[in-house]
Ligand binder design. Structure first.
Ligand code: AMP
Ligand code: ZN
Ligand code: ZN
Length: 419
């Protein structure tokens, strides 16, 4: 495949040279050689926080339903933790977080010190997101660029960093304020420019889910808005005569579940929060100090209602959340929708928790996302049970005719969904 692509590029160049040489001596203007369109093009669209069942509701989403006429998975089972960065990076690498290194939206690396403290990573930390040392594995844009296919990421976690010495041909610094239609136009320009793999990202559905909860009318409004943006993409491809040869894959990174101030457990009921180094959130972690015993911390926290605590090496194997130094030594799993907090923080933040959130065990159905795909490489009218987020890399590389890097996806997934 790669060889064929290389040969055809070489032939095109040779042909160009011959034409130019032949024309050199005469007065006729040199013909303009059209840029070679890639044999295959795939656009990957992420709708952050789009829960697997939102499309079963009476929502205004004609374009999503049109894409779903190709392949629709009943649900896309995310990786743990069911957060944006770990899942987006698993979508494009086919690896679980313990292997690709993005084990949370925020994390620390105890093996890399900065000013005597463990290096820290968070979504808004530009130094971190652009630092390739955080990002392991091979994202699909690197796989593609290595094999001569140009790529464009109109936002994607990891795309702002050099990884394995490569970046997408076109990439943008994340800007949540960039109008959705501008994102679509930029993606269409990339398609015009010959990109074989293009991403798009829209956050509105996740934002509404967090703020108002998954069942709120604002979520339906956000779905209509992202559907409009998707329609602009499809219309743009149609206007260019490209709709028949471009594959469109629409995914989400995780789902959403309601939270409330009634469903709160206090850390203080087990241990004094002042004495412990805690990562708060949907998947709390504790970093025991030198004089603290991890087993004692596990025992104390595990006694709390709606809480299961583990030493990291005992985290259930199915979560694939053990083998990375960035995972805290004590990992806490909360029942769906529950919050672990300190009394002090709870009393100061009278507006929290409210609305919705995600991050919980990936086996909860509420944490599942969507997988829809339509285009020449995908089957038509196919409904499959469930796919895993780590399957998507293998599916996309197969659709693009690329040789995939080693990954955690099910090797049979591509044959199930592709023609
Ligand atoms: P989460 O709560 O885990 O779903 O995180 C969602 C948030 O991640 C979005 O609302 C964005 O603000 C942020 N986000 C998404 N993509 C990026 C990116 N490529 N770079 C930085 N932040 C991002
Ligand atoms: Zn997300
Ligand atoms: Zn979110």
């Amino acid at each position: 495949m790669t060889l064929r692509r290389l040969l055809s590029s070489l032939l095109l160049v040779l042909f160009g040279l011959v034409v130019i040489q032949q024309l050199h001596g005469c007065a006729a203007p040199a013909p303009v050689l059209e840029a070679e369109a890639p044999e295959r093009t795939l656009v990957l669209v992420s709708l952050d926080g789009f829960r697997h069942d939102y499309l079963d509701r009476d929502v205004d989403a004609p374009t999503l339903r049109w894409v779903a006429e190709g392949v629709r998975a009943d649900r896309l089972v995310p990786v743990f933790p069911t957060k944006t960065f770990p899942n987006h990076y698993s979508l494009v690498t086919g690896l679980h977080p313990e292997r690709h290194g993005i084990v949370g939206n925020s994390m620390r690396d105890p093996e890399r010190l900065e000013g005597g403290e463990p290096a820290r990573f968070s979504l808004g930390n530009r130094d971190a997101v652009t630092d390739g040392r955080w990002w392991s594995g091979e994202p699909i844009w690197v796989t593609a660029e290595r094999q001569g296919v140009s790529t464009a990421t109109i936002f994607w976690p990891g795309s702002e960093s050099e990884i394995g010495g490569l970046r997408p041909t076109t990439w943008l610094v994340y800007d949540g304020e960039m109008p959705y239609l501008d994102r679509v136009d930029t993606a269409l320009e990339a398609v015009d420019g010959g990109a074989g793999f293009v991403t798009l990202y829209f956050e509105a559905v996740d934002d509404a889910g967090h703020r108002y909860g998954p069942d709120a009318p604002q979520v339906a409004e956000a779905i209509a808005r992202v559907d409009d943006s998707l329609e602009a993409l499809v219309d743009g491809l149609r206007d260019r005569g490209r709709l028949r040869d471009v594959d469109i894959v629409v995914v989400s990174d995780h789902g959403m579940t309601p939270v409330s101030r009634d469903d709160v457990v206090f850390f203080d009921d087990a241990l004094d929060p002042e004495d412990y180094d805690v990562d708060w959130g949907e998947v709390p972690g504790v970093w025991p100090r030198a004089d603290q015993d991890a087993d004692a911390i596990v025992a104390a926290l595990d006694a709390l209602p709606h809480v299961r605590a583990f030493r990291k090496e005992d985290v259930p194997a199915r979560l694939r959340y053990r083998d990375n130094v960035r995972i805290p030594p004590v990992v806490v799993l909360l029942d769906e929708g529950w919050t672990l907090t300190s009394r002090d923080y709870f009393e100061r933040r009278t507006d929290r928790p409210s609305g919705g959130t995600h991050g919980f065990d990936n086996q909860y159905r509420s944490m599942s996302g969507i997988f829809l795909a339509r285009g020449p490489r995908f089957r038509s009218g196919l409904e499959v049970d469930s796919l895993q987020t780590v399957d998507v890399y293998g599916i996309m590389t197969a659709a693009l005719g690329l040789e995939a890097a080693p990954n955690d996806g099910d090797a049979t997934a591509p044959t199930r969904v592709l023609r």
